[in-house]
Design a protein around this ligand. Structure first.
Ligand code: MN
Length: 233
């Protein structure tokens, strides 16, 4: 079915800035990997050998570098999770790991903001994680670096600080499931497409945020991202 006009105004296309380009990257879907760094799995008390699993955020939850993000509703335990973001220029179903990087447009640093108390309460009741993970402003993302310029980094420091004090640190070399493995595994579940982004999991050191906190994070060789947490809306 196609429509040429709509009964309410068509919605704006969510997008991510591209470093050094005036054009931006249109976002279709946001996928996130549940657990992907050993130290973080240990700090959360989870199984170190479980296969990767995925959850989603919505494209309009993206926030740009420099954003001021209101402290979200219903939580008393908002956590930061700094992550490598992979952006796809094409996709498919059942992508082989050996072909996976051909689908990557570029890389960025982002934060998987998490209402930890709500996530853990949902987990205890065997309910979906959605209430803990998928909320307004929950996916801040820095500018993309095209793979055509920087290649496909498999190592590099990933870090996050709050008010100038380091909270999270790791290295892309510590990813349990590599980017090609993540793309291959996720494409068994859904047909991936151009505009999809994947948040690839967080290293150890996740912790709570408060209104007024200034977050700075980055992945060496890819870029940085700064956001501020504000009072609730
Ligand atoms: Mn995460």
């Amino acid at each position: 079915m196609s429509a040429t006009s709509f009964v309410i105004p068509a919605l704006p296309q969510p997008s991510i800035a591209v470093a050094g380009e005036s054009k931006s990257f249109p976002v279709r879907r946001i996928w996130c990997v549940g657990r992907n760094y050993l130290e973080h799995i240990r700090e959360m008390g989870n199984d170190e050998r479980a296969p990767p699993f995925f959850f989603a955020k919505h494209a309009d939850m993206i926030e740009p570098d420099g954003a001021t993000i209101p402290y979200p509703p219903m939580t008393k335990d908002l956590h930061h999770e700094v992550e490598l973001i992979v952006a796809l220029k094409s996709g498919g179903l059942d992508i082989a790991p050996g072909q996976a990087l051909d689908h990557v447009y570029g890389y960025a640093v982002g934060i998987d903001l998490t209402r930890r108390d709500l996530q853990q309460a949902a987990r205890k009741k065997e309910r979906p994680w959605e209430i803990g993970k998928s909320f307004d402003h929950s996916a801040p993302c820095g500018a993309l670096q095209p793979a055509a310029k920087i290649g496909h980094p498999a190592k590099g420091r990933i870090w996050l600080s709050v008010n100038g004090a380091e909270r999270q640190k790791g290295d892309l070399a510590e990813l349990i499931w590599s980017v090609p493995e993540i793309i291959a595994k996720l494409s068994e579940q859904v047909r991936l497409g151009a505009g999809d982004i994947i948040m690839t999991g967080t290293p150890a050191g996740v912790a709570a945020l408060s209104p007024g906190d200034r977050i700075e994070c980055g992945v060496d060789g890819i870029g940085t991202l700064k956001v501020t947490i504000a009072e609730p809306e």
